[in-house]
Ligand binder design. Structure first.
Ligand SMILES: [Cu+2]
Length: 94
């Protein structure tokens, strides 16, 4: 168990970009559950996106991409703007 976990950690370190990316972005103007659901659905429609989680009190959207895929800043901005909001900072984690 511990050994396989170590292998995973090593593999993750070696292959880098082949792994999913976690992107967090602030969405200004997102104030209620309808906003949250709308933006969640729009992000979920993007082919690169694996999961979407909305933190309404913090006005944050957390996106994880499919392995080896990414979502460009431009694309994120497009989704947020298209949904009628303004985008804050984007934080990326591999
Ligand atoms: Cu709303």
């Amino acid at each position: 168990m511990q050994r396989s976990l170590l292998t995973i950690v090593i593999l993750a370190g070696l292959s880098g970009s082949a792994w999913a990316e976690t992107i967090t972005t602030t969405v200004n103007g997102m104030v209620c559950a309808f906003c949250a659901t709308g933006i969640e659905k729009t992000f979920r429609k993007q082919p690169e996106v694996a999961t979407v989680k909305v933190d309404l009190p913090k006005k944050r959207v957390m996106i994880t991409t499919k392995p080896g895929q990414t979502l460009s800043d431009a694309k994120i901005k497009e989704v947020v703007t298209y949904s009628g909001y303004t985008m804050g900072k984007i934080i990326r984690q591999k």
